[in-house]
Ligand binder design. Structure first.
Ligand code: HEC
Ligand code: HEC
Ligand code: HEC
Ligand code: HEC
Ligand code: HEC
Length: 275
């Protein structure tokens, strides 16, 4: 009997050990692009991994192969970068909108419609996605950080960029304020779904305009979006007043009920007294 028990232990130990080794191997496999690149001597092969680790893409599990293609489970360089595994390599400058557009199709489309996209297609030097966002260390974007005189004055005057930036920042500010009011009104139990949808629509328009980067269209659109925002603001204020009114009526009703209750109790006591 004890031989059976020992035998069982032995089998379990082997299975257990094999299992954990299997898991460990899998972990290494899923990161083989990173594993190998971190061990390379050339800085330009190692830096992408370190930069990527701090990016929004790492946070959302978009890894090397998400952009470059290839097989991250392969052990050899050749197998990792086979064309069968869809390896794309390093994109040329004019390929970058399509490269990022594998996942960000809307931004790609808006970009290609605007003056920068047109210039790029005509073979003129123009900024693409990575000029504004960076390559591997991509962080949550903002107009304030990205559109600066330092970064946008190499090829042309900053005046146009400033106009676009200020116009879009004004709308973003209005959207922010409206979102605060929306949360407040929602907390008071009112239905705000239509306004939430409209605000989402405005934000989408702003994102399109950022990527198009055309002055006249931005100025025209700003006027239109400002009146949309005014309407959303009015609708929310009206709901806010309605919610406050309901609260007021509710309080008054409760007050009346309390007074009625006190009178009823008082009346019952006088009856009890008389008996
Ligand atoms: C076993 C090591 C190894 C693995 C695995 C590996 N790479 Fe590389 N990679 C290299 C080396 C070395 C270079 C330098 C160029 C060369 O020797 O081909 C390189 C170059 C690159 C380049 C630049 C290409 C260019 O044209 O400049 C990219 C992009 C790249 N690797 C992405 C990946 C991706 C994505 C994966 C995973 C699917 C991966 N690598 C897996 C070793 C590796
Ligand atoms: C968000 C998309 C994206 C992800 C994710 C990404 N890369 Fe890249 N990578 C690019 C682009 C775009 C370029 C071309 C940059 C350029 O032309 O300067 C590039 C260039 C490179 C190069 C060439 C660098 C040089 O200076 O020649 C290497 C090597 C590389 N990537 C490796 C990696 C590795 C390893 C990972 C995973 C840790 C990774 N990349 C993840 C977009 C990405
Ligand atoms: C494999 C799909 C994929 C590719 C290719 C890709 N991204 Fe992303 N990207 C994502 C995901 C997923 C997120 C996180 C969710 C989100 O914000 O949409 C993200 C987020 C971002 C953000 C931040 C958005 C925010 O609001 O915080 C930027 C900027 C961005 N990507 C730019 C790029 C650029 C530039 C490239 C090309 C160099 C690129 N991406 C390539 C999938 C991808
Ligand atoms: C001229 C600079 C510039 C270029 C070129 C550019 N972006 Fe952006 N991008 C921005 C700015 C600024 C924001 C932030 C907008 C905001 O805060 O309203 C942004 C926002 C984003 C976001 C977050 C969601 C959104 O749409 O707001 C993604 C994803 C993104 N860009 C991807 C891309 C891709 C992909 C390309 C190339 C096709 C690209 N960007 C080209 C400046 C740029
Ligand atoms: C590598 C050169 C280059 C850089 C850097 C550059 N641009 Fe441009 N930009 C161009 C070209 C080319 C055009 C199209 C021709 C023209 O209007 O000068 C253009 C046009 C524009 C226009 C359109 C003007 C119109 O006619 O409506 C705006 C706005 C603009 N750029 C903003 C920016 C911003 C913001 C940045 C910084 C994030 C920037 N640019 C950085 C090359 C560049």
């Amino acid at each position: 009997m004890s031989r059976w028990v020992w035998g069982l232990f032995l089998v379990l130990a082997i299975l257990g050990g094999g299992g954990s080794r299997g898991l460990w191997a899998q972990e290494v496999e899923t990161g083989s692009c990173q594993e190998c690149h971190l061990e390379e001597r050339e800085k330009k092969l190692r830096d992408p991994v370190r930069d990527w680790q701090k990016s929004v893409h790492a946070l959302h599990q978009v890894s090397c192969d998400g952009c470059h293609g290839g097989n991250p489970k392969a052990h050899t360089k050749k197998a990792a970068k086979s064309s069968k595994a869809g390896y794309l390599g390093k994109p040329e400058e004019e390929q970058i909108p399509d490269f990022c557009g594998q996942c960000h199709g809307t931004e790609r489309e808006s970009f290609l419609q605007g003056p920068h996209g047109e210039a790029l297609r005509a073979g003129t030097d123009a900024p693409t996605c990575t000029a504004c966002h960076g390559v591997h260390n991509i962080r949550p974007p903002s107009l304030k950080r990205i559109i600066t005189e330092d970064d946008c004055s190499d090829c042309h005057d900053f005046a146009d960029s400033k106009k676009v930036k200020q116009g879009l920042m004004r709308i973003n500010d209005q959207v922010k304020k409206a979102n605060l009011l929306l949360a407040e009104v929602w907390n008071k139990g009112m239905s705000v779904d239509p306004m939430r949808r409209e605000l989402g629509g405005v934000k989408e328009e702003v994102e399109k305009l950022v990527h198009e980067m055309a002055v006249n269209r931005t100025i025209r659109k700003e006027q239109q979006l400002t009146s949309v925002m005014e309407k959303i603001g009015d609708d929310l204020s009206r709901l806010d007043r309605e919610a406050n009114h309901r609260r007021f009526v509710g309080m008054i009703s409760i007050g009346f009920l309390l007074v009625a209750l006190v009178i009823a109790i008082g009346y019952r006591r006088t009856l009890v007294h008389r008996d």
